[in-house]
Ligand binder design. Sequence first.
Ligand code: T5A
Length: 206
Amino acid sequence: MAVFITFEGLDGAGKGTQLKLLLEYLKQKGVPHIFTREPGGTPMAERIRGIVLDPAHAGMSVISEALLFAAARADHVNNVIRPALESGQNVICDRYVDSSMVYQAFAGGLPLEFVAGINEMATGGLKPHRTIMLDIPPEVARSRRGVNGPDRIEEMDEWYHEQVRQGYLELAAAEPRRFKVIDASGSVEQVQERIRMLVDEVLPRR
Ligand code: T5A
């Protein structure tokens, strides 16, 4: 059976850097996989990504955010993630439902049950086998963030990003077998080594 592995963390935690290295590793090992991301992964979901992250939409309410992320996710799960898993491809995904739980509920203030409920509908209850969160303090994440100018959510204040981090740690404590937290303040190589161990643990034996 193929596995579904998701990556989480604050903006700038280093997911992009680490995922690139992980994908090279999986390719070298000959592990069948696809890589995808949220928000996005299908043409429709990529268009929603453009809307929801656009700094021009500064006044967007958190409820609109939650519904847009869930709408994008429903399309992504139905058209990319489930078909890949059913055809035996392991799925590596940059962000998933946990991002909505921490950004829109823990930090955004929506009730946790509401965000969990719309995502249950959107995904048909599909959960990752493993989630790896790259953990760094918000100030380190901010200092690492891109040169391309912040998106709408990156522009939120330090308090917001601290709530996101605390939300992740609570989710990890509630589901320790699925949800692993890695200290991402180490070197790129150290973090990658830990990621590979956690991924190898859940990959199907061949
Ligand atoms: N969102 C998303 C929600 O609110 N709800 C949802 O349901 C979903 C799905 C998406 C945004 O949408 C929000 C969350 C996000 O705000 P995104 O465009 O997908 O955002 O981007 P991010 O996930 O935020 O990723 P970024 O590209 O901003 O950052 P990364 O990928 O975490 O970091 P990366 O690898 O680009 O690294 C940043 C810099 O740090 C350096 C890198 O070289 C790079 O310069 N770096 C290191 N430096 C020192 N030591 C290390 N170990 C380093 N690792 C990386």
